[in-house]
Design a protein around this ligand. Structure first.
Ligand SMILES: Cc1ncc(COP(=O)(O)O)c(C=O)c1O
Length: 389
């Protein structure tokens, strides 16, 4: 039997990262490759108590089909904690913010639609967008994100720009206040809709990042948030905050996708979030990730001495971005690094066009500080042995 695939199915590709993770999940490998939060941060006891409470007080409703919009108290919590005027009626609870990206793709992209992304950008967003056959245009970016001048040149006729202003995946970079103001200005004058994805914004180390783009242009922005990095990703709980004009279409797309996000998970999270839990919990994640990041920066400074390797200093989040000596290819280096017991994600995976082969993403959150030291030393040794002649 030959199945004839839809055109869009040909645009679906296995996530390069998941393929890499298979190789790097060999026992004994120190992996800086995963995009997973540290399981140490998952509030297991709070969840055990909340599950028991929900089942005891609200068990039958929690196990029933529910509204596609989401559990109202959770929508209210989301609306209330965002730093601009958001109504709970604008909040759509999604099955992870990844589903939000999929709904955006279905509702806003036709074959051939021009959409703008950062250089580089989140691979999972490209995976969600590509089956809709857009014309993806990469906007030139520096270590603060997209360059307003290039955005201005490319904005005409674009359906939207997809932006990650805080501790970006993959680079860990953050947009400054001045850059946000300039980007918002260009978006406003060009009438360019913004898709703002912010799963890492709460994970700052010393100082909260500048206020969201969506707060500046609420009618022109669609904001994606997630509970994955502040509670646990296995819940698959995220949300979209949509302008009222767009909400009904997103809701219809969501109904077709899964009717609603699991009601039990939503009620349990609403129960966990009662009484300011997040304000006590998130600072513990920040402190852990900050110390892990410092351990990696120290190890890089020590081990890469004399090698022409560059890296940034993230102000939060889970990732650090590095650049190998000119002419080195991170894709080709990876198997040698794995042989030495360390893994990373080659940066090429994150470019919509013209990948920079020297780049790589390092996650600092799931390894111990001891593993970080050993892993960075192994990476430096691998680079030393494969320097271009
Ligand atoms: C930038 C970005 N957006 C969205 C997601 C999806 O997150 P989730 O579906 O777990 O909310 C991730 C996951 O790593 C991410 O890095």
């Amino acid at each position: 039997m030959t199945w004839t695939l839809a055109r869009r199915a040909h645009k679906m590709n296995p996530s390069v990262i998941r393929e890499i993770l298979k190789v790097t999940e060999k026992p004994g490998i120190i992996s800086f490759a995963g995009g997973l939060p540290s399981p140490k941060t998952f509030p297991v006891d709070a969840f055990a108590a909340a599950c028991a409470t929900v089942l005891k007080t609200d068990g039958r409703a929690a196990l029933q089909y529910a509204a596609s919009e989401g559990y109202r108290p959770l929508c209210e919590w989301v609306a209330q904690q965002l730093p601009w005027d958001v109504s709970p009626d604008q909040v759509l609870i999604t099955t992870g913010s990844q589903q939000g990206l999929d709904l955006v793709a279905k509702v806003l992209i036709d074959a051939g639609s021009k959409i703008l992304v950062e250089t580089p950008t989140y691979l999972g967003a490209l995976q969600a967008f590509m089956p809709m056959e857009p014309h993806v245009v990469s906007v030139d970016s520096d270590d603060e994100g997209v360059l307003p001048g290039d955005l201005q040149t490319k904005a005409a006729d674009a359906r939207f720009i997809y932006l990650l202003p805080n501790f970006q995946n993959p680079t860990g970079r953050t947009m400054s206040e001045a850059r946000r103001a300039a980007v918002a200005q260009v978006a406003q004058t060009s009438g360019l809709p913004l898709i703002e994805d912010n799963p890492y914004g709460d994970l700052w180390f010393d100082q909260a990042p500048a206020i969201s783009l969506s707060a500046r242009l609420p009618d022109q922005s669609l904001y994606l948030g997630s509970f994955s990095k502040i509670l646990a990703p296995g819940l698959r709980l995220g949300y979209v905050v949509a302008p009222r004009a767009l909400y009904p279409k997103l809701l219809q797309a969501k109904q077709a996708a899964d009717l609603h996000t699991p009601s039990f998970n939503q009620r349990v999270v609403a129960e966990v979030l009662k009484d300011g839990f997040i304000d006590r919990h998130v600072p513990t994640i920040r402190a852990l990730y900050k110390s892990q990041c410092e351990a990696m920066l120290e190890a890089l400074t020590r081990e890469m001495a004399g090698l022409d390797v560059q890296w940034n200093r993230p102000a939060g989040g889970m990732f650090l971005w590095a650049k190998l000596p000119a002419g080195m290819d991170a894709v080709q280096l990876l198997p040698h690094a794995v042989d030495k017991g360390v893994a990373f994600v080659p940066g090429a995976a994150f470019y919509a066009a013209a990948p920079v082969q020297e780049t790589l993403r390092l996650s600092f959150v799931t390894s111990t500080t001891e593993q970080i030291r050993t892993g960075v030393a192994a990476l430096a040794q691998t680079i030393r042995e494969h320097l271009p002649r």
